[in-house]
Design a protein around this ligand. Structure first.
Ligand code: PRP
Length: 187
């Protein structure tokens, strides 16, 4: 039985209105930076989905969207080894295109570092990162972030794309977990 998030909520870290206001600011920056161009926006599944759909609503230059999914090698670990496996690749070429990668969170940096290295070999005209959250204290490998919604402390967060055992991604805010109260769903 999956419990409602209130059972283990520590605090609402970024309320919906604050998220949406910042996302509009990021979109305005992108609109300025890419005026007269066209864009390919690549969302890294699954966490980036909520952010992508809200962000692109406020981008007023022509764009296409694509999706990629990656997973780290190693049992149950994040991409701490630096190698990621592409589990869903792009459907189009990025050669000569202006690419923005949209992510929910950058933690160690290994995921996006590997993704950027791979995509650069496909020779886009440019490639930049737009992340909603930057858990900068955890960084192990430097990742150049052009657009960042919020820098956050090293706290366990969920909501707005970020999951707890795959649930709660749909919440419209980012919250922190009281780990003493959280039990993974059984089954
Ligand atoms: C999260 C997040 C990033 C990655 C960041 O994805 O969406 O892709 O971890 O961590 P890193 O900077 O330490 O590499 P996750 O593997 O949890 O998958 P998800 O998006 O499907 O939740």
């Amino acid at each position: 039985m999956v419990k409602p998030y209130q059972a283990f909520l520590d605090k609402i870290l970024i309320p919906e209105a604050e998220l949406q206001a910042r996302i509009r600011e990021l979109a305005a920056e992108i609109n300025r930076d890419y005026a007269g161009e066209e864009l390919l926006v690549i969302c890294i599944l699954r966490g980036g989905v909520m952010f992508l759909t809200d962000l692109i609503r406020h981008i007023n230059i022509p764009l296409a969207i694509e999706f990629m999914a990656v997973s780290s090698y190693g049992a149950g670990a994040r991409a701490s080894q630096g190698d990621v496996r592409i589990t869903l690749d792009l459907n189009t070429t990025i050669f000569g295109k202006h690419v923005i990668i949209v992510e929910d969170i950058i933690d160690s940096g290994h995921t996006l570092s590997s993704v950027i290295d791979l995509l650069k070999t496909r020779e886009p005209a440019s490639i930049y990162i737009c992340t909603l959250l930057d858990k900068y204290e955890r960084r192990e490998v430097d990742v150049p972030i052009r657009y960042c919604g919020f820098k956050i402390q090293n706290e366990f967060v969920f909501g707005y794309g970020l999951d707890m055992d795959e649930y709660y991604r749909n919440l419209p805010f980012v919250a922190t977990v009281d780990l003493d109260k959280y039990e993974p769903p059984s089954g």
